[in-house]
Ligand binder design. Sequence first.
Ligand SMILES: Nc1ncnc2c1ncn2[C@@H]1O[C@H](COP(=O)(O)OP(=O)(O)OP(=O)(O)O)[C@@H](O)[C@H]1O
Ligand SMILES: [Mg+2]
Length: 506
Amino acid sequence: MFLLALIRQYFPFSPETILIKYIHKLTSFAYPYVHIKFPEYTGERMKRSEAYAAIEAYLSAACSQRAHKLKADLGNDSTKPILSMDGHEEVTDEFDGTTFWWSSNTSIRQTQALSLYPDQEEKRSYRLTFHKSNRQLVLDSYLSHVLKEGREVGIRNRRRKLYCNNPSSNWGGYKSKVWNHVVFEHPSCFDTLAMDPEKKREIMKDLDAFRKAKDYYDRIGKAWKRGYLLYGPPGTGKSSMIAAMANFLDYDVYDLELTTVKNNVELRKLFIETTSKSIIVIEDIDCSLDLTGKRKQKSKKEEDKSEEKKNLPPGPEEKEESKVTLSGLLNFIDGLWSACGGERLIVFTTNHKEKLDPALIRRGRMDKHIEMSYCCFDAFKVLAKNYLDIDSHPLFDAIRDLMEEVKITPADVAENLMLWSMDEDAGSCLENLIQAMNKAKEEEASKKAQASTEENVEGEEEEKSGAQEEGASKRAQASTDEAVEAEEKSGAKVDEASKQTVCNGG
Ligand SMILES: Nc1ncnc2c1ncn2[C@@H]1O[C@H](COP(=O)(O)OP(=O)(O)OP(=O)(O)O)[C@@H](O)[C@H]1O
Ligand SMILES: [Mg+2]
């Protein structure tokens, strides 16, 4: 024992460790190269490594010239494929007069899950090899050059994505995804968006300033994000505006369906998994959840129903209710986590701004409130240009006059301007629109007339019931007076009698 302790004191490393160390020294003498491995998935949550993606993009140019085995995918320009190295392929790269070797490696990993069809997953990585004398060059400048260039190429090549959140029941497992995506291909842009031109210019200026404001946000100590609230009646272009924003900024879109998010923890997870240069959208926020802060008092009927439900086993169609709270959502927008990544827009849409909790939409959270409203003449001209390719027409004056009187949504205008058949032309479309507006005008007038008739009837009824009440109260008053009088009379009689009694007694 004593001998062992003595050996440990003077030789703290195990003999194998010492042996490995010397083998390393020997091999590094004979093989003076250093390797760095960049695996595709890292961390506990197996998130796709940004470094891997950047290297892949960086090497795409070099590998298209030199590699023998390549992989292809569609990029931003869907006519030109983006190439990357296939497994076990090598390319060289020159930087600062030095040569670097890159190789791509793939290994097969059997998944642990018990299944009839055991799954195989590819583990991919890139390996950088360089001479040990260039270690400092790699650490000081080469790697940052690769990552910076790669990110830029990646952004140029990427096809923008439209994400929607996966229900959390599908989250478990290796490489599990909390967001699903498709390629974002919405054609809406600010040129095709029909709205007040001044307002449109202001929004575009605001977005442009945001995109360039990284240093400004750093200086003022704010997370680089901005909130937009789009409100207005259905069919006024709120969703079209979001698509136009995404196309203008070249951002991805995360369409968050709040009702499938079970609680605030899930909401935070979803947020962490979003990337920068993106718009996070919650549509119809007033309908998504009961986000009034203090939850509404349940009616007696609702309470009875939920009591009944508690006693029954849950049916297959019954979905678990979301427990996301207002404070969870506020945290999502501007809590500590909201600063991760940066360069994000958060957009809420609603048809009823007045229903939203003021805390949710106060400036600082929703920095810009944009009203999307009924179609004005300027907005109509944009639609006429888009749909009919005309800047003017003799019917424009009639349309201008009608638009001052009638509320019509851009969606309704657009519907009338669609050329459905060959025998339709701009004139017939404009006539259709005029007809639709005249009809709407008549409907509005008849509604008004109906409302005023109802008001009159109500007024008359009120008057009648008022008169009846007055009569009744007069009659009641009269009978009370009579009763009082009778009482007074009988009181007087009693007084008289008592007086007499007193007199008699006296
Ligand atoms: N301002 C607009 N400019 C151009 N097109 C518009 C505009 N508003 C509506 N449209 C047309 O009407 C359709 C519906 O518009 P959109 O979905 O953007 O309305 P919305 O305000 O999001 O409605 P909702 O409140 O029902 O979600 C669009 O596909 C587009 O063709
Ligand atoms: Mg919409």
